[in-house]
Each structure stands twice: as structure tokens, then as C-alpha cells.
Ligand binder design. Structure first.
Ligand code: HEM
Length: 181
């Protein structure tokens, strides 16, 4: 299994970005044959690392069956699937040239969708060629309320207007009382 593993750079994958030749990079669980997994594990224990990120997971499932799979970032040729993709071809084409794992996961693809991917697998990606995800965190800035002045004026008017009306009413009353009839 390890001998014929093809490893691509992101730039190489990005060349396959059109309806006639469309490749995607998606990180997923892939169940490999036990022999292949054990061969990988032997390499790992010997301190030999692969060009790709690969995490081996082995556990017993609910029925005490021995399950093993590798998590690797893989490259899929989806060209033949473009027309049949239930989500449409455009989403697939727009997911080329990047790590489309999040796009794929966000949709919540079914296990049968994931199973289909095995047939489209063409190789793994050298994850060193994928730019690391950085989240934008805005710098800490003091809270500045742009509407402070109008807010203050409104509050002042709310206080002054009733006072003015009251003063006016008292003034009129005083004036009309004191004026000779
Ligand atoms: C090899 C890769 C892919 C395969 C085999 C695949 C397969 C499928 C399948 C079988 C479905 C039907 C629903 C399901 O069974 O989950 C589906 C739906 C969908 N997929 Fe994909 N897909 C792939 C990649 C992607 C990517 C990268 C995106 C986004 C950029 C995407 C977006 C969608 C959308 C939007 C739907 C429709 C969901 C809905 O209407 O509920 N797919 N896909």
C-alpha cells in the first residue's frame, strides 16, 4: 500500500480545476486493509515518517470487531462525479485548489457519500504545501462609541424640553393672571 502512494503538492492539485479535470483535497477517514495499516504502523514505530500527515486509529467497535483506519489528507478526482453530484458541479469546482475539508464537512455528508470517495481517491497531499489556517482576531481596541454625541444631546433634550414646556406654561399662567381683565 505504501509503495504506490502518490503524494501531490497543493499547487499540483490546483492545476486540476476545471469541468474536464477536477480534483479536490479533503481530509477524511479512510479504512485501509489491515495489512496496509500495520505496514504503516511499523514504519511509524521505526521512526520513519511519511510525507503526508497520517494518524492511525485502531480500536474495538461495539461488536468487539477490530477496526483500524488512517486519517490522511487526500486527493480525489471528482471529474466523473461532477454531473451526478447532488450538490451540483459548481460547488465542487469552487472547492478546487484548497483544502476543501471544511466545505465538505459543513454540508454534513452522509456515510454513503464518504464511502463513494474511495473510488475517487488518487493520492495524498503533502500537507506542508497547504497554508496553515489562521483565524483573524481583531486587535484589542478601546470601545469607541461613534454615536456618543447625538446620544448625549438626545438625553439633554429629553430633560430640557419638559422643563421648557413647564416654564412656558407657568409663565403664560402668571402673565394671564397678572394682566388686567
Ligand atoms: C468527493 C467529494 C464529494 C462527494 C463524494 C460528495 C457526495 C455527495 C452526496 C452523495 C450528496 C447527497 C447527500 C449525502 O448523501 O450526503 C452530496 C450533497 C451535497 N454536497 Fe457533496 N460530495 C463531495 C464533495 C462536496 C464538496 C467539497 C462540497 C462543498 C464545497 C459539497 C457540497 C454538497 C452540497 C451543497 C450538497 C447538497 C446538500 C443538500 O442539498 O442537502 N460536496 N454530496
Amino acid at each position: 500500500m505504501t509503495g504506490d502512494r502518490k503524494v501531490f503538492s497543493l499547487a499540483q492539485v490546483a492545476e486540476h480545476n476545471n469541468p474536464k479535470d477536477c480534483w479536490l483535497v479533503i481530509d477524511g477517514k479512510t479504512s485501509h486493509d489491515l495489512e496496509g495499516i500495520l505496514a504503516l504502523k511499523r514504519l511509524f514505530s521505526m521512526g520513519i515518517s511519511l510525507a503526508t500527515d497520517c494518524v492511525l486509529i485502531m480500536h474495538l467497535d461495539y461488536e468487539n470487531e477490530f477496526v483500524c483506519y488512517a486519517v490522511v489528507v487526500q486527493v480525489y478526482d471528482v471529474t466523473k462525479f461532477l454531473e451526478d453530484h447532488p450538490g451540483g458541479d459548481e460547488v465542487l469546482l469552487s472547492a478546487t485548489g484548497k483544502d476543501a475539508t471544511d466545505d465538505f464537512e459543513d454540508v454534513g455528508h452522509s456515510t454513503s457519500a464518504k464511502a463513494m470517495m474511495d473510488e475517487m481517491y488518487v493520492g495524498d497531499i503533502d500537507t506542508a504545501t497547504i497554508p496553515t489556517k489562521t483565524k483573524y482576531t481583531p486587535p484589542n481596541q478601546p470601545h469607541y462609541n461613534q454615536d456618543k454625541t447625538p446620544e448625549f444631546v438626545v438625553k439633554l433634550l429629553q430633560f430640557l424640553v419638559p422643563l421648557l414646556i413647564l416654564g412656558l406654561a407657568v409663565g403664560i399662567r402668571f402673565y394671564t393672571k397678572s394682566a388686567p381683565a
